[in-house]
Design a protein around this ligand. Structure first.
Ligand code: FUB
Length: 322
C-alpha cells in the first residue's frame, strides 16, 4: 500500500486512535464539525460534541463500518465543552474509553466511559479521573498492565502544570530550556483512576539531553505508544512545527531517545496519528485537511503503510502535502 487512502469520505473525522480488538481494526476518532467559532491558539474552534466508532477487517480493500454515535457531550455529567482525541482499552471483557473534555471551569480533564463491546455505546463515569489534566490520552497494554500517556501544550493546557500541580499561570519554557514532557501513569486495576502519580516521559537527544523547547522535533501533543521487536516506540506530533516524530526506549516509561520524523507536514495545521500492526503489516493512521479545502478544524482520516528499516527505524513518509 504505497498511497494513503481516506477512510470515511462522508464526514470529518480526525485523531484516529486504532486498536485490534476481536481480530478487527477499531478506529476511535474525534468527530470534527463546523462550529462557527473563530480559529485561535486555544483551539476553541475544535468544538466537537460526540464520538463515532469505525471498524474494518481489511485495511487496504475492506469496507469501513460506521457504528454511529457512541458517546455525546450532553450525556457526560461533568461536561463543559470540546471532546478531543480519545482512546480505548480492553480489560476482562469490558472496553474503556478515555476522553479529554473541558469541565465547567473550562479546564481539560480526562474522563472514562465503559462498554461491553468495542463498538460501544460507552457509558460515562460521573467524574473525570482524579488528578487528570490536559489532553490526548493513549493507552498501551502489556502483561495485563495499562499505561496511559497524555498531554498537549497550547490549547491542550499542559503548560499550566508542573509536577502534576496547577500553576498560577501558564509557563512555556524558553527555546533553550528543556521542552515540556508528555506524561505517563499506570491505570488502577479497575481502569477508572490513575494507579500512581503521572511521571514525565523524557525524550532525549543522542547525547542524553532532553530536547529543548526550541527544537522543531520536540513534543507538542498526540502521544502514541507501540512495541516492535522488543523496543518501545513513543511517537507524537510536534504541533506548530507540523511533524510526526518518534523516540525509542527499553520500557514503557522511557526515557526515549529521539530517532526521527515519521511523516512530513500534511495539509492542515498539523496531523495526529496512531500506529498499529495488522495482518503482518504496520499502518499509520492519521488525518489531513485536503477534503475540506484546508480548513484546519475539518479533518479527514487516512491510512498508509509504514515501513521499518533493518535497524528498526522508520522510513520517513514524505510528500503527502497535496
Ligand atoms: O482534535 C482536537 C485536537 O487537535 C487533538 O486533541 C490534538 O491532538 C489535535 O489533533
Amino acid at each position: 500500500m504505497k498511497k494513503a487512502k481516506y477512510l470515511f469520505p462522508k464526514d470529518y473525522m480526525a485523531d484516529p486512535s486504532v486498536h485490534v480488538f476481536e481480530d478487527k481494526i477499531y478506529i476511535y476518532p474525534s468527530h470534527d464539525r463546523e462550529s462557527g467559532i473563530a480559529e485561535n491558539d486555544n483551539g476553541d474552534h475544535f468544538d466537537m460534541a460526540d464520538y463515532h466508532v469505525f471498524s474494518l477487517d481489511d485495511v487496504e480493500n475492506g469496507e469501513v463500518t460506521d457504528h454511529g454515535v457512541v458517546l455525546s457531550v450532553q450525556d457526560i455529567p461533568w461536561a463543559g465543552r470540546q471532546l478531543w482525541d480519545c482512546d480505548v482499552a480492553h480489560k476482562n471483557g469490558k472496553y474503556y474509553m478515555y476522553f479529554p473534555l473541558k469541565d465547567q471551569n473550562d479546564i481539560f480533564r480526562i474522563g472514562v466511559a465503559i462498554s461491553d463491546r468495542p463498538y460501544g455505546p460507552f457509558v460515562p463515569e460521573k467524574h473525570p479521573i482524579m488528578g487528570s489534566y490536559s489532553i490526548d490520552p493513549c493507552v498501551f497494554e502489556e502483561d495485563g498492565k495499562h499505561y496511559i500517556y497524555f498531554g498537549g501544550i497550547w490549547g491542550g493546557q499542559l503548560q499550566r502544570y508542573r509536577d502534576n500541580k496547577a500553576l498560577e499561570s501558564a509557563i512555556l519554557p524558553e527555546n533553550d530550556e528543556a521542552a515540556i514532557c508528555p506524561k505517563v501513569s499506570i491505570l488502577r486495576d479497575d481502569m477508572l483512576e490513575f494507579g500512581e502519580e503521572p511521571k514525565d516521559v523524557l525524550i532525549l537527544d543522542e547525547n542524553g539531553k532532553p530536547l529543548p523547547h526550541g527544537d522543531q522535533h520536540r513534543f507538542f501533543e498526540a502521544s502514541w505508544m507501540h512495541k516492535h521487536n522488543g523496543k518501545y516506540y513513543f511517537s507524537y506530533s510536534t504541533g506548530d512545527t507540523h511533524l510526526l516524530c518518534y523516540a525509542i526506549g527499553d520500557n514503557p516509561y522511557g526515557p526515549f531517545t529521539y530517532q526521527g520524523v515519521i511523516l512530513t507536514p500534511v495539509v492542515g495545521w498539523t496531523t495526529h496519528h496512531s500506529i498499529v500492526e495488522y495482518k503482518g503489516k504496520t499502518y499509520l493512521f492519521f488525518h489531513d485537511s485536503v477534503p475540506s479545502g484546508g480548513k484546519t478544524w475539518l479533518r479527514s482520516m487516512k491510512v498508509i503503510e509504514l515501513e521499518y528499516n533493518e535497524d528498526g527505524t522508520f522510513k520517513t513518509i514524505e510528500g503527502l502535502e497535496a
